[in-house]
Design a protein around this ligand. Structure first.
Ligand code: NG1
Ligand code: ZN
Length: 528
C-alpha cells in the first residue's frame, strides 16, 4: 500500500492550497491530489475518532469551473481545527514526502492503524457538469479502501452531514438514508402545518430557484412526502442553465435582485438555494415591481420569534440566543436586542464559529446574512421538551406548544445550515402564523447595504479583530475606514480577507442605498 500511495495522483510541484472556512476550493483541475489526500486523511480521522467521517465534494456557490472538498466530523459538524491544519499540511506536502507526512499525523495523534475506518462520501452535481472523465470521487476512492466507505452519490452538503450524524448516533437522530431524511423532515412539516387553518393554494405555493445545482434534484425527490401541503415550482433545475450563474442564493443576496430563469409574479413567495443547498434566501417583488430580499437575518428573526413565543406558551424557561456575524444588517441586530429582547452574539464569518457560539445556549439560532444557518437545541432543552410533551398534568396550551416545539426540533437539521430543512421550517411558521411574505418582511426594515470584492496582491496582509469588525493591519486602514464612516448617517463598514476566494470583502451600510454604495466604494479604494 505504501508504495502505491507514493506514486498515485502526484501533486503539482510548488502548488500551495489551504483548507479554509469551507475546506479546499479552487479550479477543479488543481484538485486531483487534494481529493486523493483527503480520502487518506478521512480514513485517518475515522480511525482516530473510531467513528464514521464524511467527505463532501462541492464548491458550494463558487463558479462551475471550481470544485472543492471538505471533511465532516462524527456529529455532523465541521472538521476540528487541529485537523484542518493537518489537511493543509498534507495538501502541500511534496509528493516524495507524502508517506512521512501521513506517518507524522499517525504519530502525533497516536492513531491505532488496526482500528477500522468508515467514511461516507457525497458529491453535488459539479463533476457531472464538468463531464470529468474520471469523477473526483474516483480519486477519493483511491485514498480510502473501498470496503471502508459508503458512496451516497449525489447529495446536498447538509444531507451528508445529517447521514454522518445519524450513523454515529446509531439511528437516534434518524436513519442514515435519503429516505430517512425526507420522511423525518416531511413528517414534522405535516405535523406543524396541521396547526395552520384554512390555507389557500396560494399560501401553499412556493417558487424555488435551485441554482442549477443539487438542491433542485433533491426537492424533486422529496416532493411526494409533502402530500401537496407544500406545492413547489422549481426553477433553475440544472436542465438548461449553468450552476450558480446569475442565480442561486449568493447571486440574489449580493446583487440584491431576482435570479434569471425564474418566472415570478408580483407577491409570489420565492426562495433561492445555493449550489450545494446549505444556504437559502427568500424574496418577492411588490406591486410596484420593487424587489424585497429576506436574507439570513430576516430568517433568524422569524425563527427566533416563533421559538420564543412557543417557549413562553410552554412555560419553559430556556435561554434562547441569536448568533450573527459582522455581515448581519444593523437593523436586525437592533430589532433582536431591543424589541425581541433576545441575547445576540457576533462571531467571525464561517459557520463553525456560529455553530460553536450557538452551542452555549439552550436554544441557539444562528444565521449568516447570506442565508446559511440553523437552530441548535441543547440536550437538556430537548429532554425538558420531551418531558413536557409527555406530561399529563398540564393545560392544553402548554401541551400544544410543547408538541409544536418537538416537531420544530424534528424539522431542523441541527448538524449544519440546510436550505431544504430551513425552507420547510419557514413555510411551516408562515402557515401557522397565517403570515404573508410581505408581513414577514415588515417586521423590521433593513438598512441599505453594499458588498464589494477587491483584488489585492496579498489579502493576508489584512488582519482583523472584534469578530472581524475592525482591521488591525495594515497600519492606518481602520482609521481611514472610521473617517469615511463618519461622513454618513447610520453608517458602518468593515473589510476582511475572504476565506474562500482570493479577494478582500468590503461591507458597508448606511441610511440610503446611495450612501451605502458610496461608502463601500470609498472603503475599497482605502484597501488598495
Ligand atoms: P468568505 O469567502 O470567507 O467571505 C463565504 C461567506 C461566508 C461562508 C463561507 C463558506 C459571505 C460574506 N461570506 O466566506 O459567510 O458562508 O463563504 O461558504 O457571505
Ligand atoms: Zn453552500
Amino acid at each position: 500500500m505504501a508504495e502505491e500511495i507514493k506514486n498515485l495522483h502526484p501533486k503539482p510541484a510548488g502548488l500551495v492550497l489551504q483548507y479554509g472556512t469551507a475546506g479546499f476550493r479552487t479550479n477543479a483541475n488543481q484538485l486531483d491530489h487534494i481529493m486523493f489526500r483527503m480520502g487518506l486523511l478521512a480514513a485517518l480521522r475515522s480511525k482516530k475518532t473510531k467513528a464514521t467521517i464524511g467527505v463532501m465534494v462541492t464548491a458550494s456557490h463558487n463558479p462551475e469551473e471550481d470544485n472543492g472538498v471538505k471533511l465532516v466530523d462524527p456529529m455532523g459538524e465541521m472538521l476540528t481545527a487541529t485537523w484542518e491544519g493537518f489537511a493543509t499540511q498534507l495538501a502541500n506536502t511534496e509528493q516524495e514526502e507524502l508517506l512521512t507526512a501521513l506517518k507524522d499525523i499517525v504519530k502525533k495523534e497516536e492513531i491505532n492503524m488496526n482500528q477500522e475506518a468508515s467514511v461516507f462520501v457525497g458529491k453535488d452535481t459539479r463533476y457531472i457538469i464538468l463531464a470529468h472523465k474520471q469523477a473526483n470521487t474516483g480519486k477519493l476512492k483511491d485514498g480510502i479502501h473501498p470496503l471502508l466507505s459508503v458512496y451516497y452519490g449525489l447529495v446536498t452538503t447538509p444531507q451528508l452531514h445529517y447521514m454522518v450524524c445519524c450513523k454515529n448516533t446509531h439511528g437516534k437522530y434518524g436513519d442514515a438514508t435519503l429516505e430517512g431524511y425526507y420522511s423525518k423532515l416531511c413528517q414534522a412539516f405535516l405535523q406543524l402545518t396541521k396547526n395552520a387553518s384554512n390555507r389557500t393554494d396560494d399560501q401553499k405555493h412556493l417558487c424555488v430557484d435551485g441554482a442549477n445545482g443539487i438542491g433542485a434534484l433533491k426537492v424533486r425527490e422529496m416532493e411526494s412526502h409533502l402530500k401537496k401541503e407544500l406545492q413547489i415550482s422549481i426553477f433553475n433545475d440544472g436542465s438548461e442553465g449553468k450552476l450558480n450563474h446569475q442565480c442561486g442564493a449568493d447571486f440574489v443576496k449580493v446583487q440584491q435582485k431576482p435570479p434569471t430563469g425564474i418566472d415570478m409574479n408580483s407577491g409570489d413567495r420565492c426562495c433561492s438555494f445555493d449550489g450545494d443547498a446549505d444556504r437559502i434566501v427568500y424574496y418577492y417583488t411588490d406591486s410596484q415591481g420593487l424587489f424585497h430580499l429576506l436574507d439570513g437575518d430576516k430568517i433568524a428573526t422569524l425563527i427566533s420569534t416563533f421559538l420564543k413565543e412557543l417557549l413562553v406558551q410552554a412555560g419553559l424557561d430556556l435561554k434562547i440566543a441569536v448568533v450573527q456575524t459582522a455581515y448581519a444588517n444593523g437593523s436586525s441586530t437592533h430589532y433582536l436586542e431591543n424589541t425581541m429582547k433576545v441575547i445576540v452574539r457576533c462571531t467571525k464569518t464561517g459557520v463553525k464559529h456560529l455553530h460553536h457560539a450557538a452551542q452555549e445556549f439552550d436554544v441557539g439560532v444562528y444565521f449568516e446574512a447570506n442565508g446559511h444557518g440553523t437552530v441548535l437545541f441543547s440536550k437538556s432543552a430537548e429532554e425538558k421538551l420531551q418531558q413536557l410533551a409527555e406530561a399529563t398534568n398540564i393545560n392544553d396550551e402548554r401541551k400544544k406548544a410543547a408538541l409544536l416545539l418537538q416537531s420544530t426540533v424534528n424539522i431542523i437539521n441541527q448538524t449544519v445550515g440546510d436550505a431544504i430543512s430551513d425552507m420547510l421550517l419557514i413555510e411551516a411558521i408562515l402557515a401557522i402564523k397565517g403570515m404573508t411574505v410581505q408581513q414577514w418582511d415588515a417586521i423590521y426594515s433593513d438598512l441599505p447595504n453594499r458588498q464589494l470584492k477587491v483584488k489585492v496582491s496579498d489579502r493576508r496582509l489584512i488582519e482583523t479583530t472584534d469578530a472581524e469588525r475592525r482591521a488591525v493591519s495594515p497600519a492606518g486602514l481602520q482609521e481611514a475606514i472610521d473617517t469615511l464612516v463618519k461622513k454618513y448617517s447610520q453608517a458602518r463598514s468593515f473589510v476582511r480577507p475572504s476565506g474562500t476566494e482570493d479577494v478582500v470583502r468590503v461591507y458597508a451600510e448606511a441610511n440610503t442605498q446611495e450612501s451605502a454604495n458610496a461608502l463601500a466604494h470609498e472603503v475599497s479604494l482605502a484597501v488598495y
